[in-house]
Design a protein around this ligand. Structure first.
Ligand SMILES: Nc1ncnc2c1ncn2[C@@H]1O[C@H](COP(=O)(O)OP(=O)(O)OP(=O)(O)O)[C@@H](O)[C@H]1O
Ligand SMILES: [Mg+2]
Length: 344
């Protein structure tokens, strides 16, 4: 490929390992299209629409957030995702009351944003980066506003709860959340509570936190007509009694497969290349990944992956190698750029 295009990929951080959550879905290559036939995304999509509680299991950096963004991105159909940011709760994440408070606050926030008609357009064009326009290529249609959500009696109830100094118990909180979900159901939207930041718990007390979170803090969700997705690290399943509790609460387990071949890694890189070169004109993106990354270089990256590196780590190596290649004035990423990235 031409050097300016390679430089353009470098400058736009085409292999950025931490893109915005919405962009993860744009870059996502469905795992179910990769080979062994396990219907990962379809199974999850159907499960979510049926209101299942799903443990999405993988090692760190291997695609959990990518799948969630792909399925529940800003304009996903038929669902109303509520991403509950429990990380900030610290050790309180084992406390059901605190988690329910946070879920209610997030639900109120998401719903308020969604009901403002202008808010929908505003958030679509305002807070999302230009890249997310490519989301149209994926199975996505316009977001549906849950009309009436948080209006009338429900809004009144939440205001009353907020203004009262009397703390209410967990059953009452769950009842308030239940009431908030009713209008969504009338609009045929399935609420989905997503816990995707469970990987940032303190390592020192991880086992205790895993046990408390899965065993106590999110159990109240069973009483709600809603789907649940919990990003779950593979090793949580074997952690003391935490693993056992997890199995009881989450009725569906979806384990992300490892990439089967260098070709599939190539597809992931190519998806990024295409999206990033869209702005350079209709024919800017090369038709072959080989024009951007030599086959031997992809094999070298895949070797790293096979030896245990996460996809995040592999993308990071690709990003460093891209910078090396563009800085050196090369026409594409070669084997020795990958070697240099590994040494860096
Ligand atoms: N199927 C995929 N298609 C395209 N890119 C992917 C895919 N899976 C993972 N990636 C990329 O790999 C990187 C890591 O993925 P992701 O952030 O989803 O991992 P994770 O399992 O959520 O990690 P963590 O447990 O640390 O949160 C991201 O940059 C993401 O874009
Ligand atoms: Mg993640």
């Amino acid at each position: 490929m031409t050097l300016p295009l390679l430089q353009s990929l470098r400058d736009s951080y085409a292999f950025d390992v931490t893109p915005k959550f919405d962009d993860l879905g744009v870059f996502h290559v469905p795992f179910e299209s990769m080979g062994d036939g396990a219907p990962v995304e379809t199974r999850m999509h159907e499960g979510v629409l049926r209101g299942e509680r799903i443990a999405l299991i993988a090692e760190s950096g291997c695609g959990k957030s990518s799948v969630i963004s792909f399925l529940l991105g800003p304009t996903a159909e038929g669902v109303f995702p509520v991403r509950v940011p429990v990380h900030s709760l610290g050790h309180e994440v084992t406390n059901a009351d605190h988690v329910a408070d946070m879920a209610l606050a997030q639900l109120a926030l998401d719903a308020t944003t969604a009901v403002t008609a202008d808010g929908i357009a505003g958030s679509a064009s305002g807070s999302r980066r230009e890249l997310t326009r490519s989301a149209a290529r994926i199975r996505r249609l316009g977001a549906q506003a849950p009309a009436g959500l948080l209006t009338g009696a429900v809004a009144e109830e939440i205001r009353r709860q907020e203004s009262t100094s009397q703390p209410i118990g967990l059953p009452e909180k769950v009842e308030v959340i239940f009431q908030c979900l009713q209008p969504l159901q009338q609009d045929a939207l399935m609420p989905v509570f997503v816990f995707d930041d469970t990987d940032r718990w303190s390592a020192s007390r991880e086992e205790e936190i895993v046990e408390g979170f899965f065993g106590r803090a999110i159990r109240w969700l069973t009483d709600l007509p809603a789907a649940v997705i919990v990003a779950t690290h593979t090793h949580y399943l074997d952690s003391g009694s935490g693993g056992e509790s997890l199995l009881q609460f989450l009725d569906t387990r979806v384990k992300l497969p490892r990439l089967p071949s260098a070709d599939q890694l190539g597809r992931i890189l190519m998806a990024r290349v295409r999206v990033h070169l869209e702005g350079e004109g209709p024919h800017a993106a090369p038709s072959e990944l080989g024009d951007v990354v030599a086959e031997s270089a992809i094999n070298a990256l895949f070797d790293q992956y096979r030896e245990g590196a996460s996809l995040r780590r592999v993308l990071q190596l690709a990003h460093i190698a891209l910078a090396e290649a563009a800085d050196a004035g090369a026409g594409r990423i070669l084997d020795h750029h990958i070697s240099a990235a590994i040494r860096a």
